[in-house]
Ligand binder design. Structure first.
Ligand SMILES: N[C@@H](CCC(=O)N[C@@H](CS)C(=O)NCC(=O)O)C(=O)O
Length: 266
């Protein structure tokens, strides 16, 4: 089997790779990495991905890391159907969105998911000492610092309100680029749609869909992309049912704090 994806069903950057593989109807083998159990820190996995993050693609024994690099690679190796607009300006806009999702949305969604949901899950799975061990293993010092402060302060961490501001700016950019297009970068579904979909779905699921209340075209695009993803033959396309149940439980508990955070930032 030439394609193996090391991934987690709940991880947004793994989901975007699975969506691209589904668009191209590829056969692939999976290796599920349980992030909450810390399997990303296993020495064998660290050899594939020294940053201890998913996803990682292995194709014909070659290792490809970074989800955006992975989806560009898949589109190069399997060009049908093409997932990059043919027109250079639309292609540049697509790359602008990929960059915004990597550099701005990914850390912001990480902070907010962690503050609203994952820190409670981690606390239920690990003792304070085990949490300290977990933080020590995070390879990137910025990521470690971000996760630790959000763990301690939740939505009160300065990073959380900054994340909401960042997300509302990217939502405005997404709406502007989409304009009256059918998909984000023209009439064809592209890498930008596959990338934005899991993050926008996560933002909605953690109670922040209000960020596009005044941009109905963004809500309509998300509905269309959800229909498309739901038509793939992909198990747990958006993550497992138990994960969603857990997310909505914690979102309900934080509802008031989420409202206050949004009121303070918008
Ligand atoms: N820039 C990387 C980011 C990868 C990343 O942050 N992955 C998250 C899941 S979406 C992860 O593995 N987190 C592990 C952890 O939190 O310890 C990419 O796009 O591949």
């Amino acid at each position: 089997m030439p394609l193996t994806l090391y991934h987690s069903v709940e991880s947004t950057c793994s989901q975007k790779v699975r969506f691209v593989m589904s668009e191209k109807k590829l056969d692939w083998q999976q290796n599920n990495i349980n992030l909450r159990k810390g399997e990303q820190f296993n020495p064998d996995y660290l050899k594939l991905n020294p940053k201890a993050v998913v996803p990682t693609l292995v194709h014909n024994e070659r290792v490809i890391r970074e989800s955006t690099v992975v989806i560009e690679y898949l589109d190069d190796v399997y060009p049908e159907p093409p997932l990059k607009p043919a027109e250079p300006y639309q292609r540049a806009l697509m790359r602008l969105l990929l960059k915004a999702f990597d550099e701005e949305v990914h850390p912001s969604v990480g902070i907010l998911s962690y503050a609203i949901v994952l820190r409670h899950q981690m606390n239920s799975l690990k003792s304070p000492e085990q949490m300290q061990e977990h933080f020590k293993q995070i390879v990137d010092p910025m990521r470690r610092q971000r996760q630790q402060s959000t763990h301690d302060e939740g939505l009160k961490a300065a990073a959380a309100s900054q994340a909401v501001t960042t997300l509302s700016k990217v939502v405005a950019l997404l709406a502007e680029i989409k304009g009256s297009n059918r998909w984000l970068c023209g009439s064809g579904f592209s890498l930008a749609d596959a990338t934005a979909a899991p993050y926008m779905m996560r933002i909605k699921n953690i109670g922040l869909g209000v960020l596009w209340d005044e941009k109905p075209e963004v809500g309509a695009w998300l509905e269309a992309v959800i229909d498309r993803v739901n038509s793939y033959t992909l198990d747990d396309a958006w993550g497992s049912e138990s994960f969603h149940a857990m997310v909505s439980g914690y979102v309900q508990k934080s509802e008031q704090e989420i409202q206050e955070l949004i009121r303070g930032r918008l």
